[in-house]
Design a protein around this ligand. Structure first.
Ligand SMILES: O=C(O)CCC(=O)C(=O)O
Ligand SMILES: [Fe+2]
Length: 625
């Protein structure tokens, strides 16, 4: 075989930039390599000393070697059938590992050691047999039962991988032994039978981890098809130039991977649960409509698209209690707060108690006229219900240069499930937009409402300061009222509210949130491990304060009667370019690289400020992110 065709490239560095010719004839090199039918192993056997250009990868150097900073989850399945407690413990581990890693290793999985050893030996025998016998299976036609080649994506991938592969389809219709390569047919049949059994068990555990009945994933046929890939990674003369496998995500339901001791992981299997549909295209298609959730509803959909589905255990509807039966949430009347010291003291006490026991409260008689509240809610409806072209002008995901941003789900591409809501973000302080930068339909009321919220914020920070035992101006002096972000949310009526949420559970990352909600309802706070409804109270505003470690966790359930609108105003230094603290505030505790931070509470923060006698700005700088 003439390997010089593959390994010698005439011009690499000397290409002529003016002619912009492809830098070398990649395609003919790929073809020559492919036609050897001997794979990467054939290259190595021919004695090459340099990795050919077609295998060169571009690297991003952000790898963390395992064992130093991170430990990969290992789950021992030994007691999976022992009793309910041991089973639940294992299910919990599967849930955590799937959530945080998307994969885990299993021990005591029931596949005998000798079966695993023989499987690895069998794969080795296949690749190390003579090229003639191997080539019978050489193909790129994946409708065949057995396909051997090097790099299934040889002609399409930017760089080839340093490995050869044989692919066999083992289920749903199992192969006849004579269809399989003689050198490892017996062990393939045995090993795949064992993997199938383990797969059943893992699908049970995954179902349970999702809060479903054990047979759920099996019943939707997750365990029906089984494809087995055996890879061979020959020794590489220049391993720094190439990869055995490039970055990818598997697209089966579950991958069970057996590796030998060259990778350092002996006798363990790795299971890799993967999303089973093309989520990213669904997200993109949705995003590109620029019409938000409202657009979906207007188009007449009857079913909530998959991208909005929450895992059943994330919805935990059952644990919500309606307010009024078991608990009554704090409502504080601010009437007379400025008039006499007795009333003030009384209100400060209530604020202190409510912040401590709930982390939030509602206020009435807060000084913002009812007509302003009403106009603000109407303004939100008008913005979202105006014609699409006008709304689309504000569509963006760029919060760094835009002060006004309309979109659906700021974290659309990173969150596990999308919220059933659309949002208009406006930065109202420190540098408010010019009126003409705001949407015409709601600009006047947005300016007016935010002015009023700013005044109320000043009062509330005084009350909170006093509740913390500080001077009334303390929190204001620290800069708490300098930044104000305003989020106007629109929650369209949802055809299947039981499948999704309007707002995922979260805590607000600011000093204080002033929230205006309409009459529809759906806001809930997590109080003593129970979801408690925050019922719409006419004229009231909801205050979510962050003078503890974190603000109270809250969410909004989807509703079928909407639209619901709300306006959340965030007092936060996050919006101050020089003081980009993002509460819960973090303190630098070590200058090592990367630096280490610790979250501090507003209480600690205020205490630090006090002790050092600093002005607000230098106190903020001390805690700068
Ligand atoms: O819409 C609501 O009532 C709550 C919105 C919210 O929690 C937020 O914007 O952080
Ligand atoms: Fe919130």
């Amino acid at each position: 075989m003439d390997y010089s065709l593959i390994t010698k490239s005439k011009c690499t560095d000397e290409e002529d930039p003016t002619t912009r010719k492809p830098e070398y004839d990649r395609l003919s090199k790929l073809k020559a390599f492919d036609e050897t039918r001997a794979g990467v192993k054939g290259l190595v056997d021919s004695g090459i000393k340099h990795v050919p250009r077609m295998f060169h990868h571009q690297f991003d150097n952000n790898s963390v070697s395992c064992g130093i900073h991170v430990s990969i989850p290992i789950i021992d399945l030994e007691k999976v059938k022992q009793n309910r407690t041991t089973r639940e413990e294992i299910v919990g581990k599967v849930r955590n590992a799937s959530k945080t890693w998307g994969f885990f290793q299993v021990l005591n999985h029931g596949i005998p050691m000798n079966v695993m050893e023989e499987m690895k030996d069998g794969a080795r025998r296949f690749f190390e047999q003579d090229v003639e016998s191997k080539s019978q299976f050489f193909s790129r036609d994946y409708t065949k039962r057995v396909v051997y080649n090097s790099n299934f994506d040889l002609y399409s991938a930017p760089a080839a991988k340093w490995r050869d592969t044989v692919v066999c389809s083992m289920a749903p219709d199992p192969p006849k032994p004579e269809e399989l390569p003689a050198v490892f047919r017996d062990i393939m049949l045995e090993y795949s039978k064992q993997v199938m059994n383990l797969g059943y068990l893992l699908f049970e555990l995954l179902s349970e981890a999702l809060g479903l009945n054990p047979d759920y994933l099996k019943d939707i046929d997750c365990a029906k098809g089984l494809v087995m890939l055996s890879h061979y990674y020959p020794i590489c003369p220049q391993p720094e130039l190439t990869l055995g496998s490039s970055k990818h995500a598997d697209n089966g339901f579950l991958t069970i991977l057996l590796q030998d001791n060259v990778g350092g992981l002996q006798s363990v299997l790795m299971a890799k649960p993967k999303p089973e549909y093309d989520r990213i295209s669904e997200l993109k298609a949705f995003d590109e409509t620029k019409a938000g959730v409202k657009g979906l509803v207007d188009s007449g959909i009857k079913h909530v698209p998959r991208m909005f589905h929450y895992r059943p255990d994330k919805l935990d509807k059952n644990s919500s209690v309606s307010n009024g039966i078991h608990v009554s949430i704090p409502v504080i009347d601010l009437e007379g707060v400025k008039e006499d010291p007795g009333t003030l003291r009384n209100i400060v006490d209530k604020v202190r108690n409510a912040s401590k026991s709930w982390g939030f409260f509602q206020v009435v008689n807060h000084g913002i006229p009812l007509s302003v509240l009403q106009d603000m809610k109407d303004g939100v409806v008008q913005f979202f219900e105006q014609d699409l072209e006008a709304k689309r002008k504000f569509f963006t995901r760029d919060y760094s240069t835009k002060k006004v941003a309309y979109n659906s789900n700021f974290d659309l591409y990173s969150s596990p499930a999308a919220n059933w809501r659309d949002t208009l973000f406006c930065l109202m302080a420190p540098n408010p937009p010019m009126p003409h930068e705001l949407p015409e339909v709601s600009r006047d009321i947005m300016m007016e409402y935010s002015k009023q919220v700013m005044q109320l914020g000043c009062l509330l920070f005084e009350l909170l300061s006093e509740a913390l035992g500080l001077q009334p101006d303390h929190l204001k002096d620290m800069g708490c009222t300098q930044g104000l972000g305003m989020l106007s949310h629109y929650y369209p009526a949802c055809p299947q509210p039981e499948l999704t949420l309007g707002t995922t559970k979260h805590s607000d990352n600011d000093f204080l949130t002033v929230l205006l909600q309409d009459h529809i309802g759906g806001l809930q706070v997590l109080h003593q491990n129970q979801w408690v409804d925050v019922p719409p109270t006419p004229g009231a505003l909801v205050l979510i304060s962050n003078d503890g470690f974190r603000s109270v966790e809250h969410r909004v359930v989807a509703n079928c009667v909407g639209p619901r609108v709300s306006v959340a105003c965030f007092f936060s230094t996050f919006f101050l370019p020089d003081l980009r603290t993002y509460g819960p505030i973090k303190e630098l505790i070590s200058e090592e690289n990367p630096p280490k931070y610790r979250e501090v509470t507003m209480r600690e923060y205020a205490g630090y400020y006090n002790a050092k006698g600093l002005d607000g700005t230098s106190a903020l700088l001390h805690f700068k992110l």
